[in-house]
Design a protein around this ligand. Structure first.
Ligand code: HEC
Length: 180
């Protein structure tokens, strides 16, 4: 075979493979279930939010204990009980000092390492039946109330992006990295 024919053969082979791969793609496209639809950037932003332990992602807004108590009694008491204890769905308060004992009682106050993730959790998941329905000020106020009930902040303290990150949770230093 001349070098010219050899090159021509290679080119044909390449074109055949390319054509085949395009055809194969088409087959997969045809077979795709074609479910769902593309999300708009706004729709993505609505679900793509996270607050990191170091406070990154905390939004503007603020809230205090009094407002938090009122909101809690409306939106949360039915499941978490009065003052966030004794309800049907788990205490958010109490258990301090039990974590290294024989019957650890894990609550937000006794167990959680960062106050910032309390904000994230409430905004993302509570109230259980209508997650995402609370405004940022309301979530700050609820966080303040739960932290206050746990004796972690004072009654007059206001929670916002600057103050929440400074709150030191009692159990923070008892977490260890398993993979060093
Ligand atoms: C309809 C019942 C219901 C209501 C109302 C409700 N919660 Fe909850 N909550 C739950 C359940 C169930 C869980 C446990 C969820 C799980 O573990 O997946 C939970 C878990 C939590 C936790 C995490 C506790 C932990 O230690 O892991 C927090 C914090 C919390 N709720 C806060 C709130 C706040 C604040 C409100 C009001 C805005 C609220 N919840 C309203 C049912 C409820």
């Amino acid at each position: 075979m001349s070098i010219y024919n050899f090159k021509l053969s290679l080119l044909c082979l390449f074109l055949c493979c390319y054509q085949y791969s395009l055809a194969a793609d088409d087959v997969f496209v045809d077979k795709a279930p074609m479910l769902g639809r593309s999300m708009s950037i706004i729709a993505v932003q609505e679900v793509d939010f996270v607050v990191l332990p170091n406070g990154d992602g905390l939004p503007e807004g603020s809230g205090g204990v009094d407002a938090g108590k009122r909101l809690f009694n409306i939106h949360c008491l039915a499941c978490h009980g009065e003052k966030a204890q004794g309800g049907i769905n788990g205490d958010l308060v109490g258990g301090h000092g039990t974590i290294n004992g024989l019957s650890p009682k894990k609550t937000v106050g006794s167990y959680w390492p960062y106050a910032t993730i309390l904000f994230d959790y409430i905004r993302r998941a509570m109230p259980y039946q209508t997650p995402g329905s609370l405004k940022n000020n309301e979530v700050y106020a609820l966080s303040a109330y739960i932290l206050f009930l746990n004796n972690i902040i004072e009654e007059q303290d206001i929670m916002n992006a600057k103050t929440l990150v400074k709150v030191k949770m009692p159990n923070r230093d008892n977490f260890v990295w398993a993979y060093k």
